[in-house]
Design a protein around this ligand. Structure first.
Ligand code: ADP
Length: 486
């Protein structure tokens, strides 16, 4: 082959540029004199001329360049099918590479050809340079794990962690999170994945500088070349968490501040009712009762807000003690008596005398009764009835096989049944969520049942609702009995 032939080849750019393979030609010093369009595109360069003048070895990570030149002097050609080439932003791209060395007259030339084998874009189901650019410029950190090792990370992932691609390849994803989350992350990335279900997890990342950041980790398993590849997306949610904390702190502070003047007003009204009660005329007395009742409602609302913010901040703890349910119920009914009397409701109690106490936090369980009874009273028509029953559960009761329930422990079940309008079936579960209401324009803020569920869950119990539209609703919950093994 004569040098003029190369020149002709190079001059026929259209043919060379039309090739699928990336091609380069370098002189005896290893300096690239020509690169085709396909090579430039594969490596995310806009123009092949951007590669001219570079050392061809610079296109490869150090160890790969060494592999590609580790041929004996007699060898003219070196083929490495599992090599990697560096993209413009130094991203390592898996490739099959051929380097041929040819002496023409007295000059040595290097000819290289590159075929990308499985670019990260291709692994993600995307196929061209544009898709690679999408990955590189994504707002989320993205990394790909194959055979338990990180094989690709995008720019944002490097920014979030503070580590370079190479460092991350050696480290592994589980080493990037605080000790608390390490096992969970290790399990997510090591689990054999028969079912390709994405997994979400909130984790706390430790950056290279030791800074901790709240992140959402989403792991999406996919199949590539008959093995499982994990696409991991990392999103910084520290700002969101900070805003939530600020909101929770604000609600907690305002609620606490409201409590003191409210307690004073309540006390003043009760003094007024006691001292001036007989002197007040019928209508004045009714106004006073309504004011007292609304004051109680405001108090319950504030308690719910304080409890909700405590639970959100993770500061809620239980002070467990034996709690007598009959007494707790009386206390709750007493605090709601104005409301019950105004609606002339009949309250039927069915609590066996020998019912064991439950093991619980007195004040929180009082809040459970208050919230459930408050709703029952609110929704039951004037002159109707509410019934409250409690019983020791059979150890084989189906509800005791639920996840959160303690094994080998006796449970007590409480059911509060009203004769209100009922709740549509599709809402029976939803209403236990925060701010969920059947009628968004109705009274209340939708926190009561969410708090009931959190409190019951903290006690290793369960709460649920049954309802028949037009007939009424019953709310039931189970709680562990104190020292009463079956
Ligand atoms: P709030 O009462 O403050 O709105 P809750 O979480 O206590 O919040 O209740 C959520 C919703 O569930 C209520 O808005 C109402 O739509 C429905 N609900 C709760 N209890 C009853 C009940 N006993 N009868 C009918 N609907 C109810």
């Amino acid at each position: 082959m004569k040098i003029s032939t190369f020149e002709e080849l190079i001059a026929g750019h259209e043919f060379v540029n039309g090739l699928q393979e990336g091609i380069w030609i370098a002189d005896s010093h290893g300096s690239i004199v020509f690169a085709n369009l396909s090579l430039a595109r594969s490596l995310a360069y806009d123009d092949p001329d951007a590669l001219v003048g570079k050392q061809w070895r610079e296109l490869f990570p150090e160890n790969e360049a060494a592999r590609l030149t580790a041929t004996k002097p007699t060898d003219d050609i070196c083929i490495v099918s599992d090599s990697t080439i560096l993209g413009r932003d130094n991203q390592e791209l898996p490739a099959s590479v051929t380097v041929a060395r040819k002496k023409v007259d007295t000059t040595t030339w290097y000819f290289g050809s590159v075929v990308l084998t499985a670019s990260p874009g291709a692994q993600a189901g995307l196929s061209d340079t544009a898709s690679h650019q999408v990955m590189e410029n994504a707002v989320d950190g993205i990394c790909i794990i194959e055979h338990g090792r990180i094989s690709y990370v995008n720019r944002r992932f490097e920014e979030l962690t503070g580590y370079t691609k190479n460092q991350l390849g050696r480290l592994g994803l589980d080493k990037l999170v605080i000790a608390r989350d390490r096992d969970t992350v290790a399990q997510i990335i090591s689990e054999p994945r028969d079912v390709l279900t994405p997994v979400h997890h909130e984790v706390r990342l430790t950056t290279r500088s030791g800074h901790e950041t709240d992140c959402e980790l989403r792991v999406v398993p996919t199949i590539s070349d008959s093995h499982t590849v994990l696409l991991c997306f990392l999103r910084d949610i520290s700002e969101l968490r900070r805003a939530e904390r600020a909101r929770t702190d604000f609600i907690a502070m305002v609620s606490h501040e409201l409590r003191t003047p409210l307690a004073t007003i309540k006390e003043a009204m009760s003094l007024l009712s006691d001292t001036a009660g007989t002197e007040l005329k019928g209508r004045q007395r009714r106004y006073l009762v309504i004011a007292q009742e609304e004051m109680d409602r405001l108090n319950r609302m504030i308690s719910n807000l304080i409890e909700a913010s405590r639970m959100e901040s993770g500061k809620a703890t239980l002070r467990l003690e034996p709690v007598n349910l009959e007494q707790l119920l009386s206390q709750s009914l007493e605090s709601l008596s104005l409301f019950i009397n105004r609606k002339s409701l009949r309250v039927d109690k069915h609590i066996p005398a020998k019912l064991p106490p439950v093991l619980g936090d007195h004040d929180r369980l009082l809040q459970v009764f208050n919230n459930l009874l408050d709703n029952s009273i609110k929704y039951t028509p004037t002159g109707s009835s509410i019934s409250i029953s409690a019983r020791l559960l059979d150890p084989n009761a189906p509800v005791l096989s639920e996840n959160n329930v303690l094994p080998n422990t006796s449970y007590v079940q409480v059911t509060i049944t009203d004769t209100g309008p009922g709740i549509p079936a599709e809402f029976l579960d939803r209403i236990f969520g925060k701010f969920e209401r059947v009628d968004p324009h109705g009274p209340g803020i939708g926190l009561g049942l969410a708090i009931v569920r959190s409190i019951i869950r903290m006690h290793h119990g369960k709460v649920w609702a049954h309802s028949t539209l037009g007939e009424g609703t019953s709310f039931s919950f189970v709680l562990p009995a104190k020292n009463n093994n079956p």
